[in-house]
Design a protein around this ligand. Structure first.
Ligand SMILES: O=P(O)(O)OC[C@H]1O[C@H](OP(=O)(O)OP(=O)(O)O)[C@H](O)[C@@H]1O
Ligand code: HPA
Length: 179
């Protein structure tokens, strides 16, 4: 699997250091607020698993599965709910966890949805931000790393459902895309 990687953009150590830093920020921000922390499936799972252990105040967890990707690397432009939350967001401080914001479509849909459902506040934390990919105006409240306008994999991010289990973020060799 690792032979398929052309370049490591962010190492495992850099990710873990950043996750600790973000955990400290969120501990301060959400002290005593019992936020509802929403992970967006499937890509946010490794980030969520690591980050929540660094938040030192009570939180409630939930998961949502939305899909915006029509094929392997190109967004379909449409967002659909595959699995909704089990919890009501009404009156809650909601913290959405994402692995990446690219076009911004997924997150702008979710932020609007939770506002419509009367959340008290809605904030977005993303491990990766790819500002050059943006189609809609969306700025995350907290972003771990800015990445270039290239398709990245690892630490939750997939290409054709593979590579999510890499502990780092990398770029694939071109021959992998070309089959
Ligand atoms: O900013 P956007 O262009 O909307 O892209 C970001 C979204 O795309 C990916 O999810 P995907 O829909 O591929 O599902 P997955 O997490 O299950 O891979 C990623 O995990 C984000 O949720
Ligand atoms: O660069 C990416 N890699 C994997 N999944 C993604 N979803 C949006 N952008 C990306």
């Amino acid at each position: 699997m690792r032979d398929d990687i052309k370049e490591v953009l962010i190492t495992e150590e850099e990710i873990q250091e950043k996750v600790k830093e973000l955990g400290k920020l969120l501990t301060e921000e959400y002290q005593g607020k019992f936020p509802l922390v929403v992970g967006v499936l499937k890509g946010s799972l490794p980030f969520m698993g690591d980050l929540i252990q660094q938040i030192d105040t009570h939180i409630e967890l939930d998961l949502m599965d939305v899909s915006s990707y029509g094929n392997d690397t190109v967004s379909s432009g449409e967002v659909k709910i595959v699995k909704d939350l089990n919890t009501s967001v009404e009156g809650r401080d909601v913290l959405i966890l994402e692995d990446i914001i690219d076009s911004g479509l997924t997150l702008s849909y979710l932020v609007k949805l939770f506002q419509y459902r009367k959340a008290k506040s809605v904030k977005v934390v993303t491990l990766l931000d790819k500002p050059e990919g943006r189609n809609v105006d969306l700025v995350p409240d907290i972003a771990g790393f800015i990445v270039p306008d290239e398709f990245v994999v690892g630490y939750g991010l997939d290409y054709a459902e593979k590579y999510r289990n890499l502990p780092f973020i990398g770029i694939l060799k071109p021959e992998i895309y070309q089959g």
